[in-house]
Design a protein around this ligand. Structure first.
Ligand code: AMP
Ligand code: GLY
Length: 421
C-alpha cells in the first residue's frame, strides 16, 4: 500500500507517525512535508495547494490512498480531483469543506438547522457593517468569511477596534477575497473544547476531546497563534456535555450537511464553547486540528488507516474506534517573536529518541535540520495522569535545542485547575 499525505506541519507529522504503526503500508510520501517529516516519509516538493501537481504525482506513482490534511487543498477540491482519477481519499470534497471555507455558509447552516451557536449578522458592505457596530453590544466578534490562516477572527472590545477591523478586512482586504463578506457575532463566554470526529456522512465518532492554547504567552496573553500547546482529554468535556453535543450538535450537523447535498466524510472538527446555556459551536474545521492532532492521535488505540478507510467507504459503524484512558500533553517550541517577526535558519538539535516529536517549521540545509517557521515543533508525552503528561512533556521539550526557542510554560495549567475544582 502506497500513501500520500498532503501537508507540511506538526499535524501531518503526527498523522504519518501514527500511520507508520500499520505494517501493511510500504511507503508514505509527504507533499511537501518538511525537514523533520523526512525522517518518517519521503518528502516530495509539491505544494499542498498545487492540486494539479498532487494529482499527477499520485497517478504516476500508483498511490492507493491519499490523506489531505490542510484546509486550503480541501476547499480547493483536492479530494474531488483525486477521486476523479479513482484515488480514494481521507477528507471531504470541496462542497463539504465549505463548512470551514465560508463562515457565512457555516453560520447560515447552523441557523437553518437549529444548531446552537452565537447570534450573528452577515455583511457584504463595509458601510452597513460600520453602521451596525455603532450600537452592537461590546465586546463584539468580527470574522472574515473565508480562510485567513487562523487570523480572521477579531474580538473587538471597543467601537474603534470594531471599526478598524471592518476597514482592515473589507476595505483594505487584509485577507484578500476572504474578507468580501464578514460575520459579526455575539461574544460568548465559557471554556473552549476541541472535538475532532471521524465521520463517513452517516456515523459520527468523536475522538478524545482536547484543549488548545491559542495565545502566544502564558496566562492566555499576547496574540492569537495557530496553537501553542494542547492537552487531552479536556476536563470540561464531561459525559453530560458529550451527550448534549452528540444530540444537539454532532448528529444535527452531519444530517444538515446531507440535507444540503454536501455529505461530509473525513475529520470534522467542532470548536465548542461550553456556555452557561450549554455547548455552542464557535467554529467548524473540515480537517484535523493542529496541535490537537498531536495529543489526540497518540491516544488512539485503533489502527488509523483502518478508521480512515472506513470513513471513505461508508462503513464506520462497523469499526470499534478506541482511545486509551491516559492523558497527553503537547508543548509547542516556537521561534521567539512568533506570530509576528522572528528569525529563521537556526540549527535544531533533537534527542536520539524522537517519540512524540512532531516537526512543523523546519527544513534540511546542508544535511542539518534548521528552523524555517514560527511553530518549529511540538513535543508530546502520554502518561497515566494529566499532571504526569504535563511534567513529562516539559522535561522532554528541554531535550530540544535551537537558538531563540520559545515555549509557553503553562500548557495544561487551566485543565489541571479545572480538574481540581
Ligand atoms: P477561530 O479562528 O474561529 O478559532 O477563533 C479564534 C478564537 O476566537 C476562538 O478560539 C475563540 O477563543 C475566539 N472566538 C471566536 N468566536 C467567538 C465568540 N463568538 N465569542 C467569544 N470568543 C470567540
Ligand atoms: N488548533 C486550531 C486549529 O487547528 O484550527
Amino acid at each position: 500500500m502506497k500513501i500520500v499525505v498532503v501537508g507540511s506541519g506538526g499535524r501531518e507529522h503526527a498523522i504519518i507517525k501514527k500511520l507508520k504503526e500499520n505494517k501493511t503500508i510500504e511507503k508514505i510520501y509527504a507533499l511537501p512535508g518538511n525537514g523533520g517529516i523526512a525522517e518518517d516519509a519521503e518528502c516530495v516538493d509539491i505544494k499542498a495547494t498545487d492540486i494539479e501537481g498532487i494529482v499527477k504525482f499520485a497517478v504516476h506513482n500508483d498511490i492507493d490512498y491519499a490523506v489531505v490534511a490542510p484546509d486550503d487543498p480541501l476547499v480547493l477540491g483536492c479530494v474531488d480531483a483525486l477521486n476523479y482519477e479513482g484515488i480514494p481519499c481521507f477528507g471531504p470534497v470541496s462542497s463539504a469543506a465549505m463548512i470551514e471555507g465560508s463562515k457565512v455558509f457555516a453560520k447560515n447552516l447552523m441557523k437553518k438547522y437549529g444548531i446552537p451557536t452565537a447570534k450573528y449578522e452577515v455583511f457584504e458592505s463595509a458601510e452597513k457593517a460600520l453602521s451596525y457596530v455603532k450600537t452592537a453590544p461590546l465586546p463584539t466578534v468580527i470574522k472574515a468569511d473565508g480562510l485567513a490562516l487562523g487570523k480572521g477572527v477579531i474580538i473587538a472590545e471597543t467601537r474603534k477596534d470594531a471599526e478598524d477591523a471592518i476597514v482592515s478586512i473589507m476595505e483594505n482586504k487584509r485577507f484578500g477575497k476572504s474578507g468580501d463578506k464578514i460575520v459579526i457575532e455575539e461574544f460568548l463566554q465559557g471554556p473552549e473544547v476541541s472535538v475532532l470526529s471521524f465521520t463517513d456522512g452517516k456515523t459520527v465518532v468523536p475522538m478524545i476531546s482536547s484543549m488548545d492554547h491559542k495565545r502566544a504567552h502564558d496566562n492566555d496573553e499576547g496574540l492569537n497563534t495557530g496553537g501553542m500547546g494542547t492537552v487531552a482529554p479536556n476536563p470540561y468535556y464531561t459525559e453530560k456535555v458529550a451527550a448534549e453535543c452528540m444530540e444537539k450538535i454532532f448528529l444535527p450537523t452531519i444530517k444538515a450537511m446531507n440535507a444540503e447535498g454536501r455529505t461530509f466524510k473525513g475529520c470534522l472538527y467542532f470548536g465548542l464553547m461550553i456556555t452557561k446555556d450549554g455547548p455552542k459551536v464557535i467554529e467548524y474545521n473540515c480537517r484535523f486540528g493542529d496541535p490537537e492532532t498531536q495529543v489526540v492521535l497518540p491516544l488512539l488505540k485503533t489502527d488509523l488507516l483502518t478508521v480512515m478507510q472506513a470513513t471513505t467507504n461508508g462503513d464506520l459503524d462497523k469499526i470499534n474506534v478506541e482511545f486509551s484512558d491516559k492523558h497527553a500533553c503537547c508543548v509547542i517550541a516556537a521561534s521567539d517573536g512568533y506570530p509576528e517577526h522572528y528569525e529563521k535558519g537556526f540549527e535544531i538539535t533533537l534527542p536520539e529518541d524522537k517519540t512524540g516529536i512532531y516537526v512543523a517549521g523546519a527544513a534540511k540545509k546542508d544535511g542539518k535540520l534548521v528552523t524555517s517557521g514560527g511553530r518549529v515543533l511540538g513535543v508530546t508525552r502520554v502518561a497515566d495522569t494529566l499532571d504526569g503528561a504535563i511534567k513529562e512533556a516539559y522535561k522532554a521539550v528541554q531535550t530540544v535545542k535551537f537558538d531563540n526557542m520559545y515555549y509557553r510554560s503553562d500548557i495544561g495549567k487551566r485543565a489541571l485547575q479545572a480538574k481540581e475544582n
